[in-house]
Design a protein around this ligand. Structure first.
Ligand code: PDD
Length: 282
């Protein structure tokens, strides 16, 4: 595939970064994953805004130029044959001459992007939905999970806890038994037709799919939505549980810790929500 590295387009095999890059040594960087279907990007502006927030939060001096990035994304999609592609964007603090914890001055960030194939655009259709089986675990990550850092070891270890194959995840709860998110998704719980998702704070990523879904549901008005504290125990008698992320949109969860969610089938509120999302996401 063709990748973008520090201003140049080149084959992946030819892309080179320094082993002294702080992204490599410290996980000192910010990333984004933006989905695209047939060349159309979903949530491009909010993804770029979140990347700027992350860079600012860790004081990497880089101004995101959205027009330039639209151009880079378009070029990468074209050079990689189009279709259903995720655009991965990674900006690390850059390579220093020595390994020292302090933020070095005067080094240039490393700017990298590549595309990868993602599943076809999800359809609002119960028979083609990918039902997820998840486990739950205490969230053992750090307390700045709102920053989309490339330091993902905590997420990787949590993902592995639930991993038995495709369509698995680990839903996380904090020391107080409150849901935070999943290892690479946000989480939603449906009870009596009301859709709820945990409030944003430093314990979870402000997901763009979450944000777009909340906007669409609120604008439509037919399905009530809440952002509130959700207890882990609410998973046990939920009518539906969903995961959201850029590459899966809204994924229905049908099994948690080996027990079915309600009747173990994909739910009607999921169908209504995914229909609205499919119609209005761009
Ligand atoms: N993961 N929470 C975490 C910890 C995530 O890593 C992600 C996304 C989300 C959902 O955010 P969004 O809707 O903006 O994709 C929530 C990406 C896709 C990844 O790491 O591959």
């Amino acid at each position: 595939s063709i990748v973008y590295l520090n201003g140049a387009y080149l084959p992946m095999e030819e892309a080179r970064i320094s082993p002294m890059d702080r992204g490599f040594l410290f996980g000192d960087g910010i990333y984004e994953v933006i989905p695209s279907y047939a060349g159309k990007l979903v949530g491009f502006a909010p993804h770029m805004a979140r990347m700027q927030d992350g860079l600012d939060a860790i004081e990497i001096e880089y101004q995101v130029d959205q027009d330039a990035w639209r151009g880079i994304a378009g070029e990468l999609m074209e050079r990689n044959g189009g279709g259903n592609l995720g655009i991965y964007v990674h900006i690390s603090r850059g390579a220093d001459s020595k390994r020292h914890h302090a933020y070095p001055k005067g080094i240039a960030p490393t700017v990298f992007a590549f595309t990868f194939e993602i599943p076809p655009e999800p359809r609002a259709d119960k028979s083609s939905a990918a039902p997820y089986s998840v486990v739950t675990a205490e969230d053992l990550r750090w307390r700045r999970c709102n920053i989309k850092s490339t330091a993902l070891l905590g997420n990787v270890m949590h993902f592995q806890q639930g991993y038995t194959g495709a369509h698995t995840e680990t839903i996380l709860y904090n020391h107080a038994g409150e849901l935070t998110e999943a290892s690479a998704c946000n989480v939603f719980v449906v009870k009596h037709g009301i859709v709820a998702t945990p409030l944003l704070d430093h314990q979870k990523l402000p997901g763009i799919t979450r944000q777009i879904l909340l906007e669409i549901l609120r604008r439509d008005g037919s399905i009530p939505v809440q952002e509130r504290v959700i207890q882990k125990s609410e998973l046990e008698d939920a009518d539906e549980v969903w995961l959201t992320s850029s590459t899966k949109e809204i994924a229905p969860v049908v099994s948690i810790d080996g027990k079915p969610v309600a009747d173990g089938q994909v739910g009607d509120v999921w169908l209504a929500a995914q229909s609205l999302f499919s119609a209005h996401k761009f």
